[in-house]
Design a protein around this ligand. Structure first.
Ligand code: VGL
Ligand code: ZN
Length: 218
């Protein structure tokens, strides 16, 4: 697959130590994405990154809901919300972009989830699905029409970002081996990974392996 430096951009979703082993909401092998992302960054002319950026006591934290456990789901005014361990606290070291990621080509950083009562998985909209982060306008003004996504977690922030990007009319490619998932079991016994893959495939999102982008054959 050829990368067009004028219209293609690499989007690095929540590659933060808080989502990696040793962090507060660890995704299995989450730090495995770091070397793959660095290889991809050398291939793309342009990149943006997101950071999950919550105030202490955020409404998505189970600790803010007495009697509730992490990974339970509750109803919020804007819909169902999974409750998480405290994570991604703004300004903490584990909420930084992983220090081993080469930021040279990261031209914009979008922080999300900073409103105390509203969570945000997608790089484009908060979880009410209507409050924009500003990323859409930035991408359009910069002339990008195809977004390649990587990072954490496949079935939450990467998946929701891919869904919104497709809905906004961008071409979307998810680089599978540059992502890792959380893999919760849903009420019907499936996993959030399977559900995400099916939903995104139905929206025309393409899945590739980083090798398809890194080999000279293109
Ligand atoms: C994420 C759960 C809560 C993610 C963020 O980055 O996928 N997941 N906050
Ligand atoms: Zn979060």
């Amino acid at each position: 697959m050829q990368i067009d430096p004028n219209r293609d951009i690499l989007g690095i979703i929540d590659a933060q130590p808080t989502f990696m082993p040793g962090g507060e909401l660890p995704v299995a092998d989450g730090d495995g994405v770091v070397p793959v992302i660095n290889r991809l960054l050398r291939r793309f002319g342009h990149a943006f990154a997101t950071q999950d950026w919550h105030p202490a006591g955020h409404a998505s934290f189970a600790s803010a809901h007495p009697g509730r456990q992490a990974y339970e789901s509750i109803g919020m005014p804007y819909g169902q919300q999974v409750l998480w361990p405290d994570h991604g606290v703004a300004g903490t070291a584990s909420a930084a972009i992983h220090p081993d990621i080469d930021q040279t080509r990261i031209e914009a950083v979008i922080r999300k989830g900073f409103r105390p009562e509203l969570d945000s998985y997608s790089a484009f909209f908060e979880n009410d699905r209507e409050t924009p982060t500003g990323l859409e306008g930035w991408l359009r003004q910069r002339g990008f029409s195809r977004v390649f996504l990587c990072g954490l977690a496949t079935d939450f922030c990467v998946g929701w970002s891919a869904e919104d990007a497709a809905g906004l009319g961008f071409s979307v490619v998810v680089i599978e081996d540059a992502c890792r998932g959380i893999g919760l079991t849903t009420s019907d016994g499936r996993t959030t990974m399977d559900e995400t893959r099916d939903r995104l495939t139905g929206l025309g999102v393409t899945f590739v392996d980083s090798r398809a982008l890194l080999t000279n054959a293109g």
